[in-house]
Design a protein around this ligand. Structure first.
Ligand code: SF4
Length: 99
């Protein structure tokens, strides 16, 4: 049994070595390609999420129970990116309230 297996492995070795070489490098480059794709998709998603204006909006409460009384369903979501009710915070009033 082992003699047959030994003979089979030795006879297939000239084919197995380049085949395994190709498989190994395909796995390495495939993994690098997937990591690159995932990173690029993550960067695109992050750029899109940074377009959400709610944190700088006057109507944003910062309370998780009611984030925004004007648009409660779309606050802090991608729907808020082009929110028609967006009003920038008045920085002067923010400073006054802190004092
Ligand atoms: S009004 Fe629009 S931009 Fe402002 S906090 Fe509400 S959802 Fe966000």
């Amino acid at each position: 049994m082992f003699l047959l297996l030994h003979y089979l492995i030795h006879s297939l070795q000239p084919i197995l070595v380049p085949f395994c070489f190709l498989i190994a490098w395909t796995l390495v480059f495939g993994s690098l390609w997937i990591i690159g794709l995932t990173t690029r998709e993550g960067i695109v998603a992050l750029k899109r999420l940074h377009q959400i204006p709610c944190a700088n909006c006057q109507f944003f409460t910062g309370d998780y129970r009611l984030k925004c009384p004007v648009q409660p369903l779309s606050a802090l979501t991608e729907e808020a990116i082009h929110c028609s009710d967006y009003t920038p915070q008045d920085k002067d009033s923010k400073c006054l309230s802190a004092n």
